[in-house]
Design a protein around this ligand. Structure first.
Ligand code: PLP
Length: 458
């Protein structure tokens, strides 16, 4: 008999989590204005709010913390990080930052100006924010397949080369660079194929443009290339990473994802001119060039994390767990963005709560229901997150309305996945009785989902 699959690690330290009663959760929901960002974490049983900065570090990473060099300039820990980044990506110039959006802020301060257009595949919200706040436009060139949640294609995160070329034909002089997000977070943690990266590179070269990878989940992307794309089965993850990054000029990185640290990020590039330009913004915004907002010990732990998470076994354990949850949801017929993404399951709330009108935010309603059911905290990636149109101030109902269940790395077991699946099934079984959603009683002008206050209707 073939041995079953099991995790590629064992557990050395545990942290208790606590269940609650439905009455307690009702009260906590009221206190939080039905916005799960406003809940206390200790009132959450299984926390799937995000996979960002919530991973469990390994014993090697904790050991590295103890040997961190906290020198202001030229710390050994910086060089450990820089050498690791160079070895994995091929980029010689590395600037640490305190997280991914800080990397965007520093690099885009040097590269993006008013009136620019930055084409890419479903820019992440902070990426979009850092483009739009500079009065430039983030132009989405994702393949149309990403919009159909039930369509099963291996690389749903791809850039549509026709849309990209169209943008370059029309406005090449306004385009400072192309940005490709690997994996495509907003489209559901969907990967981008090597073939697609190659095509983007070829188009960029034809127009003399540079390419940046928004690389928060580059290792998970490499895993999907290895397991789904022809010709890569026998390559190591590190070989695939080098080949991916050979198609880019620079990267911004949120190390809180595939770096498996709780805080951190960096910029890396092969171009001295971009490095020189970014340097001038790193020092005032983040700090001196060899720490850029990070502790020495955090850079040391990140160096180890990057190394570990570009090994096949670690990634296989991770993706296997996400796929395991997907299989459980399949058993119950619960619709989600197919196939399962790298870091999360995105439940298609408009299909689950089809009786809740879109004006009453089905995905937010489902997020609240799942918490009410079992103390599980997911996150709305839908109409509330989409904010209002900056010109008309109308809600934007054009995109998908999803409940994201983000799985922290190396934190929960498959037993927790079973609890999540059954809790969602219980909500799914009573979906016909859920006909009313929530209304907004207070909202911020931008990124309203973090602080929005809601009231249940009906
Ligand atoms: C998380 C993330 C960012 C921003 O990184 P932070 O570390 O949260 O600031 C940027 N791009 C993508 C694709 C991300 O997932």
């Amino acid at each position: 008999m073939e041995l079953p699959f099991a995790e590629s690690w064992k557990i050395k330290m545990v942290e208790p989590i606590r269940k609650s009663t439905r009455e307690e959760r009702e009260q906590w929901l009221r206190d939080a204005h039905y916005n799960v960002f406003q809940l206390r974490a200790e009132h959450v049983y299984i926390d799937l709010l995000t996979d960002s900065g919530t991973g469990a570090m390994s014993d090697r990473q904790w050991a590295a913390m103890m040997t961190g060099d906290e020198s202001y300039a030229g710390a050994r820990s910086f060089f450990q990080l820089k050498d690791t980044v160079t070895r994995i990506t091929g980029f010689d110039y590395v600037i640490p930052t305190h997280q991914g959006r800080a990397a965007e802020n520093v690099l885009f301060s040097a590269l993006v100006k008013a009136g620019d257009i930055v084409p890419g595949n479903s820019h992440f919200d902070t990426t979009k924010g850092h483009i739009e706040s500079r009065k430039a436009t983030a132009l989405d060139c994702t393949v149309d397949e990403a919009k159909d949640t039930q369509l099963e294609v291996p690389f749903k995160g791809n850039v549509d080369p026709v849309k990209l070329e169209e943008a370059l034909k029309l406005a090449a002089d306004k385009i400072p660079f192309i940005i490709v997000t690997i994996t495509n977070n907003t489209a559901g943690g969907q990967p981008v194929s090597m073939e697609n990266l190659r095509r983007v590179r070829a188009i960029a070269d034809r127009y003399g443009k540079r390419v940046i990878f928004d690389s928060a989940r580059f290792a998970e992307n490499a895993y999907f290339i290895k397991t789904r794309e022809e010709g890569y089965a026998d390559k190591t993850i590190k070989e695939i990473c080098l080949e991916m990054f050979s198609m880019a000029d620079a990267m911004t990185m949120s190390a809180k994802k595939d770096g498996i640290v709780n805080m951190g990020g960096f910029i890396a590039t092969r171009h001295e001119d971009w490095f020189e330009a970014a340097k001038c913004f790193c020092i005032p915004f983040e700090g001196y060039l060899t720490y850029g907002g990070m502790n020495g010990r955090d850079m040391a732990a990140l160096a180890v994390g990057l190394d570990e998470n570009t090994e096949f076994d670690n990634l296989q354990t991770r993706i296997h767990q996400v796929e395991y949850l997907a299989k459980r949801l399949d058993e119950f017929g619960i619709p989600y963005q197919r196939p399962a993404g790298g870091h999360a399951i995105f439940v298609d709330a408009s299909k689950v709560l089809s009786k809740v009108p879109k004006e009453e935010f089905p995905a937010q309603t489902l997020t609240v229901e799942l918490y009410r059911e079992a103390g599980i905290r997911g996150c709305e990636i839908g109409y509330i997150l989409a904010d209002r149109d900056p010109v008309t101030r109308e809600n934007r109902f054009g995109g998908l309305d999803l409940l994201r269940l983000a799985i922290p790395r190396r934190v929960y077991t498959d037993n927790h996945m079973d609890v999540i699946a059954v809790a969602l099934k219980n909500v799914y079984d009573r979906r016909e009785t859920i006909t009313r959603g929530v209304k907004i009683v207070w909202e911020a002008e931008l990124m309203r989902h973090f602080t929005v206050q809601l009231e249940p209707l009906g």
